[in-house]
Design a protein around this ligand. Structure first.
Ligand code: ADP
Ligand code: MG
Length: 322
């Protein structure tokens, strides 16, 4: 039988590189980097709410850290360290080995060190707090969009929502497509290199976790501005090409779980944005404009207005959505 402390030392303790003191004491000790600001974020994943019961533990390890890294990416911060609070129904060695493998693979890929946490018995819940660094004044804040900015998104949108539709039997697609969509849902890629490359080039940014419309809405609210999105410009990638256009629109506009970046930048920085995207090996697409008048407007490729209500879209909200 694994004790709490066996479990921590076997699966979650590794030698520290960055931390002065890592897992094992009452607190971890981090060396503050002179002149830098800390970027700190927390995300919690609850079984049955954020992931299915009996989810693959290695993918879960990947996803729970990736969604936290995505918040650092959206701020333009460099990942440094994270803590892990785990509530586990049982100390299952196979589950723990796979979970920690998935977790540390993402941690190592981004130079982000596990420095501590808490472990308790209970319903499966994973809560990570992540710490990053950013030079003062360079954070990509939600309140920093300006009228006239271009609106951009990274990568492609909607595939994670498509995977969910297959699981819910709302949709049937061929097996190769199912796997590709499922990979987007279960093992998202945090856009850290793009976030870093956009420092000083983009004005505002957010990561798309609850759907583009809702998340862009946060930039508009915080910046006290409006926006116009060209729905036909949204990058949906090959996976969504098989969908009927109306469903494709819904999934790209309000899909959720994409973990792409939505950001704004002045039109004079178009070439700089494309160069940043190339240096980060991440595709970006210009999808709209920030306007002085409040509200979000949708247009098609011909510039014709699309009625938002007609699409029956809603952004994901834990207390409203089912
Ligand atoms: P405390 O009693 O001070 O809260 P704990 O007994 O909970 O300490 O934890 C012992 C050590 O193990 C601490 O350094 C804590 O940060 C670390 N720790 C606990 N759970 C985890 C975990 N899931 N991942 C990484 N470190 C952990
Ligand atoms: Mg504790």
């Amino acid at each position: 039988m694994l004790s709490e402390f066996d479990l921590i030392s076997r699966y979650f303790s590794r030698p520290s590189c960055y931390a002065t003191l890592g897992v094992g004491d009452d607190c971890a000790l981090l060396p503050p980097c002179p002149g830098m600001q800390m970027a700190i974020s927390t995300d919690m994943l609850v079984e049955g709410r954020h992931f299915f019961p009996y989810a693959d533990p290695e993918k879960l390890g990947h996803k729970c850290l990736a969604v936290n890294l995505s918040d650092l990416a959206a701020m333009g911060a460099t990942p440094r360290a994270f803590t892990l609070a785990l509530s586990l129904p049982e100390a299952n060695p196979n589950w723990l080995a796979a979970f920690s493998e998935g977790l540390f693979a993402v941690a190592d890929a981004h130079g982000c060190e596990l420095i501590g946490g808490d472990t308790t018995k209970g319903p499966l819940t994973i809560c990570i707090t992540i710490f990053g660094e950013i030079p003062p004044g360079l954070a990509l804040r939600r309140d920093a969009a300006q009228a006239g900015d271009d609106i951009w998104v990274s990568g492609t949108l909607g595939a994670a929502r498509m995977a969910l539709a297959v699981y819910r039997h709302e949709l049937s697609i061929d097996v190769a497509m199912q796997h590709a969509a499922a990979a987007r849902l279960h093992t998202p890629t945090p856009r850290i290199p793009l976030g870093l490359a956009l420092r000083g080039i983009a004005h505002a940014a957010i990561d798309i976790s609850d759907g583009l419309i809702g998340d862009l809405g946060h930039i508009l609210d915080r910046s006290k501005l409006g926006g116009t999105l060209n729905v036909d410009a949204l990058p949906h990638g090959d996976i969504l090409a098989v969908l009927p256009p109306e469903m494709r629109r819904r999934f790209t506009l309000a899909g959720g779980d994409d973990y792409e970046l939505c950001f704004t930048a002045p039109t004079t920085n178009r070439a700089a944005v494309l160069a940043a995207a190339q240096s980060a090996a991440t595709a970006v697409t210009r999808v709209g404009t920030i306007d002085a008048s409040p509200g979000l407007r949708l247009i098609d490729a011909n510039g014709a207005m699309i009625n938002l209500q007609s699409l029956a879209l809603s952004s994901f909200d834990h207390f409203i959505s089912s």
